[in-house]
Design a protein around this ligand. Structure first.
Ligand code: IPM
Ligand code: MG
Length: 376
């Protein structure tokens, strides 16, 4: 059986390895039952890489990530490495992957499944049927802008400095991703910045407006200040379809949107680069949640965000929409059946571990597969 593609799996730290384990089981299932196989390699990132190699991402691992068709990442970070210098911390490994692979478009969907509607801290009426896509710029802005640093101004005064900077091409390429996605959804984009205060925000608004007029006038476009967007997300989140915003605002707004769904443990993400001449683009898939050191190693983490990151990979990197659909349906079935990991536990539901959730999803996949065979 020839492999469908080359995957690099970087489980990272904390609950990363536990949730990735459930993906490995689904990968095995796909090979066994669907004849879909991947060439899978594993590597280290974050604290795990610091412990083994002294750096959060080695050049060798980066090179393997460059060659892979897709990278699957668990999570990075933890208290063990909190005192390390900034540029050698676990997070630096992740930021280097994003930057050096050119993964400028970060897709963070936030969907409320009916089965989990009570897990949302908002009233059911406000979030029922919620389906937003946040497109976060991921390789620019204040995360990478120069100059940066902490410097001594003398007389005991220090200065912390970061630079928020965007250029036309950086804005245009990520806005295109947002408009293209909107066309496959509800055809509406809300572009978010602080054009009332920041020049980078003013440029952002001008460039998005121009691109819209030139190439995407069929898509509905609105603009919103980031603070207002934060408020609108809890007031009336269903007004949004696709939100496109910069690196820092995207970081914050995506955490907020994630919580609308009840748990960070449910939300996947995809980070995509520019397509090459053959239409292939570098890609990294990771859950929105972090390494959750407080629950790591206890087999209680929710594997759904990681599994949904994997289904995003099947769709965006390999066009395996049927397989992605099967896995998503299986997850839905298991949740409808009342099984819940601790993070989304509710009265009357059955609390289960990471592994037992994985077992149930595999059983649901088996069933679904059997019915498709019977129908064929
Ligand atoms: C995220 C995280 C990262 C970020 C951290 C871990 C560097 O919060 O992916 O949202 O700030 O981008
Ligand atoms: Mg974040």
């Amino acid at each position: 059986m020839s492999a469908n593609g080359k995957l690099l799996i970087l489980s990272g730290d904390g609950i990363g390895p536990e949730v990735v384990r459930q993906v490995r089981r689904v990968i095995d299932w796909l090979a066994r039952r669907r004849g879909v196989s991947f060439d899978v390699a594993e590597g280290l990132v974050g604290g795990a890489a610091i412990d083994a190699d002294g750096v959060p991402l080695t050049d060798a691992t980066l090179a393997r990530a460059q060659e892979a068709d897709a990278v699957l990442l668990g999570a990075v970070g933890g208290p063990k490495w909190d005192k390390i210098d900034f540029d050698r911390r676990p997070e630096a490994g992740l930021l280097r992957l994003r930057k050096d692979l050119g993964l400028f478009a970060n897709l963070r969907p936030a969907m409320v499944m009916d089965a989990l509607i009570d897990a949302s801290p908002l009233k059911a009426d406000i979030v029922r049927g919620l389906d937003i896509m946040i497109v976060r710029e991921l390789t620019g802005g204040v995360y990478f802008g120069e100059p940066r640093g902490i410097r001594d101004l003398g007389d005991g005064v220090r200065q912390g400095l970061n630079t928020q900077v965007y250029t036309t091409p950086e804005i245009v390429r990520v806005a295109k991703v947002a408009f293209d996605l909107a066309r496959q959804r509800k055809n509406s984009v809300c572009s978010v910045e602080k054009a009332n205060v920041m020049e980078s925000g003013r440029l952002w608004r001008e460039e998005v407006t121009r691109l819209h007029a030139e190439e995407y006038s069929d898509v509905e476009l609105s603009h919103m200040y980031a603070d207002n967007c934060a408020m609108q997300l809890v007031r009336n989140p269903r007004q949004f379809d696709v939100i496109v915003t910069d690196n820092l605002f995207g970081d914050m707004l995506s955490d907020e949107a994630a919580m609308l769904t009840g748990s960070l443990g449910m939300l996947p993400s995809a980070s995509l680069g520019q397509p090459d001449a053959n239409g292939r683009r570098k890609a990294l898939y990771e859950p929105v949640h972090g390494s959750a050191p407080d629950i790591a190693g206890r087999d209680v983490a929710n594997p759904v965000a990681m599994l949904l990151s994997f289904t995003m990979m099947l769709r965006y990197s390999f066009g395996l929409n049927g397989e992605a659909e099967m896995i998503e349906q299986s997850i839905q079935k298991v949740l409808n059946g009342g099984m819940r990991t601790a993070d989304v536990m509710a009265p009357g539901m059955a609390r289960c571990s990471t592994t037992v959730m994985g077992d149930a999803i595999l059983r649901a996949l088996d069933k679904l597969h059997a019915t498709t065979l019977a129908a064929a």
